[in-house]
Design a protein around this ligand. Sequence first.
Ligand code: ATP
Ligand code: MG
Length: 698
Amino acid sequence: PSLNCNNIIMNGNRNNRRIRNGSSHISHINAVKVDQSLVSEDDEDFVLPSKDFAAQANVQSHQQYLEMYKRSIEDPSGFWSDIASEFYWKQKWGDKVYDENLDIRKGKIKIEWFKGGITNMCYNCLDRNIEAGLGDKIAIYWEGNEPGLDGSLTYSQLRDQVSQVANYLKDIGVKKGDTVIIYMPMLMELPITMLACARIGAIHSVVFAGFSAEALTQRIVDCKPKVVVSCNAVKRGSKTIHLKDIVDAAINDSAQNGVSVDVSLVYENPVALKRVDTKWKEGRDIWWQDVIPSYSTNCPVEWVDAEDPLFILYTSGSTGKPKGVVHTTGGYMVYTATTFKYAFDYKPSDIYWCTADCGWITGHSYITYGPMLNGASVLVYEGTPNYPDAGRCWDIVDKYKVTIFYTAPTLVRSLMRDGDEYVTRYSRKSLRVLGSVGEPINPSAWRWFYDVVGDSKCPISDTWWQTESGGFMITPLPGTWPQKPGSATFPFFGVQTAIVDEKGVELEGECSGYLCVKSSWPGAFRTLYGDHERYETTYFKPFANYYFSGDGCKRDKDGYYWLTGRVDDVINVSGHRIGTAEVESALVSHPKCAEAAVVGVEHEVKGQGIYAFVTLVDGVPYSQELRKELILAVRQQIGAFAAPDKIHWAPSLPKTRSGKIIRRVLRKIASKQVDELGDTSTLADPNVINQLIELADS
Ligand code: ATP
Ligand code: MG
């Protein structure tokens, strides 16, 4: 279905009504049509959940959601403390469940949840579940890069290994509050090390093991770890990457910058590189396998305050220099567990697979903590999703009978480009819930994911959230209400979203503007590491008394939320404010277009013109004909005002290492300012830029 052109314009004064008195937040989501009985089967905006799915769902109707949501907003203390009570607390929190100040005019921004409560994240993920009888349940299934290479750990085995690492870390002097950098591929040892840090109250900072020495150095210098835990090498697809060389270079560069790392613990990954072939520095470098197995499998936990930091994680850097986001223990624990359970309709029999890397927030909240707090069986995959071929994901799904599959739009688009046969060749019968995160998912990619991958029976949880939010903020609850392809639907429990205009006035009903949050939620980040001022100015200053997400959003007539892209990327054509997502989705709906990214460029008449980078489906040649068809697709689906002025053929697009398109780099290429590209250290493949520059006039 095409996007309704009235809804897509980010225009502050046309369709928008302003809230005059008080909050009518709950009425925003009291959508007219979400009652399934009001939606007819052939209303093409909606995709209805099956009756069978709805009947077994954790939340079975929109009405039930509204009741729970209402309580979560009206009585956050009661709502969240009831849930928190299901976890283990050595000592209960103080009088206040939460304490917050989001208004910079009133003083320092502060968010606290469950303060005074004494607990431990690792204990709640492992010991608590083992005591509840899950000791022999598989916690982690591990699938290696090479088909046939695999392993698994039960909850008890996992606790043994975590304890050994924790005891080692304590032995070399890592104490509560110390920082540990983890630079590892997706081996089981990665979540093991995260949990080991949590067990002893150390703060982990996982750095995605695809980052360069320079990026790793930046992070070492910023958070000054006692130890760096890494791995000598890894196979990614058919390539071998010498991770330890990168670590060595980063440790040396950090020393030049006055930060020395005394211990480098290295896991030997003989499949990729043998010990004898690994460069070594005696005294600093320690082989994991030489020390860890000799430690006791019994490690008492270090009890920490709910507000003690659990980890520092740098954002993926789509908009510039990464920010060191700090999450604390108690609120994050309660929030990740709850969002996981509801947004994926989790059941104890599920086999859950998230294709993200633990180097991103998704891997923290929804590979390690959220699932394990629920006692789930989690699949950890080491390799790339299209190795040895584009069918690998479905091969893995069938092998482990995966029931919940969570991935990113970039992967969906790339698999779609490879053709249906790679999917339909596999059964995929076990799948029941699909998920998407990272960017807005184009409606045509949504349809493909739903129809081809999920055989038109699996709800898709398009989860909108951020490193900063710790967990899902706007997300469907599977089976609970009808979906609209491309919409993240409604806010999660306890999340008071607000769409505001440029002056920070909250808009009501059908509207479009800046996406903010009015009050804190348990999983919210508490500061940026070492820079509370940047925290305040980036997120709380733009709109007084709101957390500002940086994203644009519209709400349609039925109350559904649609993310329109980052507000920095909004394009203003002759006074029409146009989100990047809509134009890209219109382009991607053309069967020959695999991927698209649009940016604004200066335009004499219109103020800004629309410049579109387009990647075609494999084997399709560039042609003027196709250029016209693509422009026509946008004219028809959105309107003439949104028609691209330029189509720039792009063999591939510049992306962050987590797969997000970096539009700020594309803007520079489009306006021919190629010597002002800015920070490109977060780019997955810097060569893409030269390719694009060469094709500028073709
Ligand atoms: P940086 O903040 O360093 O520029 P980043 O914003 O890409 O990097 P993340 O925290 O990993 O870092 O990504 C969060 C952002 O990803 C959101 O603000 C939003 O723009 C986008 N996003 C995530 N999930 C969705 C989704 N389901 N729909 C639309 N956009 C999404
Ligand atoms: Mg961001």
